[in-house]
Design a protein around this ligand. Structure first.
Ligand code: IMP
Length: 176
């Protein structure tokens, strides 16, 4: 275990098992449909890679990089990298490492709906429900977690720890 990790929440084996369950459910729900998996960079990459192995459909991958900014009267997101294709009439599944306040995903979801997608749903590895300030829920959730700062399996602190093969709680002394 990495020296900065206080406790491992989910091991690689547990995450793989969870991806198998989610993949099976997604396969069932989207029978006969083509799905675009849209990963939000950078944190979703390991989860998207693992989950997609267990989705038995003709899926394609795309990636988006956004940063969000809360203004006085409105919230805006800056698209640092947009996806590469037209989404009108397509089934989209937004893939996220963690859903917290919901700010990023509620804005991105609304944007794809405006672009004319047939459906826009969310699959997230982790859900911090207590942190939610925007009215948005994921259709598929790996694990609901309490309000702790977690790292690994794509999740970072100052860009570090994304490569850890498990999800763990970061020691308080690392960010205080
Ligand atoms: P939201 O827009 O507040 O839902 O933000 C979700 C994003 O916040 C995630 O994609 C992560 O980048 C980041 N985030 C939220 N909680 C954590 C955490 O515990 N560890 C690492 N990143 C987090």
């Amino acid at each position: 275990m990495h020296k900065d990790v206080k406790e491992i929440l989910y091991t690689q084996e547990e995450i793989t098992q969870k991806c198998k369950e989610l993949g099976k459910q997604i396969t069932h729900d989207y029978q006969g449909k083509d799905v675009i998996l849209i990963g939000l960079l950078k944190g979703s990459v390991p989860f998207l890679a693992e989950l997609s192995k267990y989705i038995e459909l003709d899926v394609t991958f795309d990636y988006m990089d956004v940063s969000s900014y809360e203004g006085v009267e409105s919230r805006t997101i800056t698209i640092k990298k947009d996806i590469d294709q037209d989404v009108s009439g397509k089934e989209l599944l937004l893939v996220e490492d963690i859903l917290d306040t919901g700010k990023t995903l509620s804005t991105v979801k609304a944007m794809f709906e405006e672009r004319g997608a047939a459906s826009v749903e969310i699959v997230t590895m982790l859900d911090k429900k207590e942190g939610r300030t925007y009215p948005i829920e994921a259709k598929y959730v790996g694990y609901e977690i309490p309000n702790a700062f977690v790292i690994g399996f794509g999740l970072d602190f100052n860009e570090k720890y994304r490569n850890l093969p498990y999800v763990g709680i970061l020691k308080e002394e690392c960010y205080q």
